[in-house]
Ligand binder design. Sequence first.
Ligand SMILES: NC(=O)C1=CN([C@@H]2O[C@H](COP(=O)(O)OP(=O)(O)OC[C@H]3O[C@@H](n4cnc5c(N)ncnc54)[C@H](O)[C@@H]3O)[C@@H](O)[C@H]2O)C=CC1
Ligand SMILES: O=C(O)/C=C/C=C(\O)C(=O)O
Length: 496
Amino acid sequence: MSVPIRAAAHTATVASVPVDTRHWIGGARVASGGWFADHSPVDGSLLAEVARGGALEAEAAVAAAGAAFPGWAATSRDERAAVLHRVADGVERRLAELANVETWDNGALLRSHLRGVMPRVVHNFRFFADRLTELAHADFDTREHTNHVSWDPAGPCVLITPWNAPLMLATWKVAPALAAGNTVILKPAEWSPLTASLLADIAAEAGLPPGVLNVVQGYGEEIGAALVAHPGVRRISFTGSVPTARRIAAAASTNLVPTSFELGGKSPLLVFADADLDLAVDLAVEQYDNAGQVCLAGTRLLVESSVAAEFTDRFVARASTLRQGDPRDAATDVGPSIHPDHVARVDGFVRRAIADGAEAVLGGGPNTDLGGLYYRPTLLTGLRPGAEALTEEIFGPVLTLQTFDSEDEAVDLANSTRFGLAAVVATGDRRRADRVTGRLVAGTVWVNCFFVRDLRAPFGGSRQSGIGREGGDWSFDFYCDLKNTVTAPKGWRTHG
Ligand SMILES: NC(=O)C1=CN([C@@H]2O[C@H](COP(=O)(O)OP(=O)(O)OC[C@H]3O[C@@H](n4cnc5c(N)ncnc54)[C@H](O)[C@@H]3O)[C@@H](O)[C@H]2O)C=CC1
Ligand SMILES: O=C(O)/C=C/C=C(\O)C(=O)O
C-alpha cells in the first residue's frame, strides 16, 4: 500500500498560529481527499478543515511506524531520552502558542493551559525520558544460572485520545511509548485535533526520525476503527468512553493485542461531618473545572446528613460566584462545553432528572446570555436511588448531592457504581480516612485534596473505569515486551 496522495498544503491559522491540518505519516504531510470541519467551542466559529483519514491512511501509518521501528528500537536509552528532552524543550518554547490553540479548539481555560496543562505536557516528556534512563534491569541467580529481565520495545503502538485535555492526555501516552523504543500512531479526537498536529512539527524539529511519531486525523469510527483492527499493531492505549472501549477491545481481541484503557468515571466526593467544611466546599466547587469535562471529577457529592444543609448553603453561595464566560479571559472560572451535541446530551440528563422529581438548586440549563455552549454549573438534589443522573457519567458541569448517616452507608453509596476511577474524601479524622480509603473502589483516592498528580504513581481505573495502569514503571511494563534471559554458567568457548 502506497502512502496516500500528497494533498496540497492545507493550513489553518488559529490564534495567529499556522496549523497544518493534514496527517503526518512517515515524516510527510499527506491526505487522501476527505476533510471534516473543526469548530471552536469558544464562539462556534469554523477553525479548520481537517484531513479525514480512513483505511488508506491507517494502512500507511502502520506501515511507516513498522518501517521506522527497527531503527528507533535500536537507539540507546540515552539517545531516546535526549530526543524526548528536545521535544519537551520545543513544547516549552511554543507553550503559549499551544495553550492558545488548545483553548480555541477545546474551550478549556487559557489560564489553566498556560499554568498547568502545557507545563504538564512538558513534564510528560521529561519524566519518561528520565525514568527510562533510571529503569533498572532485574538480575538474579537460579542454581548459578543468571536471570536477566529486560524491557524490550514492542513495536508500533496505536494511541487514541479524547478531547477534554487533548495534548496532555496524548503526550501522557506518546512520551512513554517513544521512550520505550516503540513507534507511535496517534489519533486525537475529532473535536480537538489541532495541537496533536503541532506536536508532530515539534517532534520533527527535535530530531525524531520520520515514521517514529505519526499523527493521523479523522473520525473514530473510520480511521480509529481501522487502526485498532490492524494486524501490524503491537499495543493499543486508549483514553475515552466505555462504549468505545468495548469496540476497541473487540477489534484488539482478533489480533490479541495488549490494550490499556483509561475510561470514564462517576467518582464520589465524601464529606464527613468532622471535615473542614470550607475545604470541603472548595473541593466540591473544584469539580466544575473544565466545565465538568474531567474524567476524575468527584461529581457525586455524598454529605453526612448532620452537615448537609450547611454544606449545601455554603456550596451554592460559593459556586454562584463562579464567573462563566470566554475561556481566554483570565477572570473566567467556567468556560464552554465542547460541542452542541455534548451540551444537548448534558442537558438531557438534567431535564430527565428534573422530570423524575429532582431539584436543580443551582443552574439547571445553558447560560443563554452566553449562547448555547455555556452550560451553567448545576447541582441536583432529591434524586431517587438508582436515578440515571447518579449512575451515568454526565461529563458536564453537573453535580449531584446525596446524604448519608454512617460511615458504612457512605462507603456503600460511594461504591454503588460500575465505575472506579477516583474518589475524594473530606474528613478531619485520620483514622476514619484510613478506614474509608481502604474500602473505596478507585484507582486514585484523594484525602482532603484533589488532582494532586505525581507521574511516578499508577494511574487508571477499577471496574469499568479502565483496564491496567499507566504511570511510572507501569507505563514501561505496558509498552514493552518483558523478556527474561537465563544464562548458564557453563558452555562458553570464548571469553570477552
Ligand atoms: N480515565 C481517564 O484518564 C480519562 C477518561 N476520559 C473519558 O473519555 C470520555 C470523553 O471522551 P470522548 O472523546 O467523548 O470519548 P470517545 O470514546 O467518544 O472518543 C475517544 C476517542 O476514541 C475515538 N474513537 C471513537 N470510536 C472509535 C472506534 N470505533 N475505534 C477507535 N477509536 C474510536 C474517538 O475518535 C476519540 O479519538 C469520557 O468518558 C471520559 O471520562 C477522558 C479523560 C481522561
Ligand atoms: O493526570 C492525568 O494523567 C489525567 C488527567 C485527566 C484529566 O485531566 C481529565 O480528564 O481532564
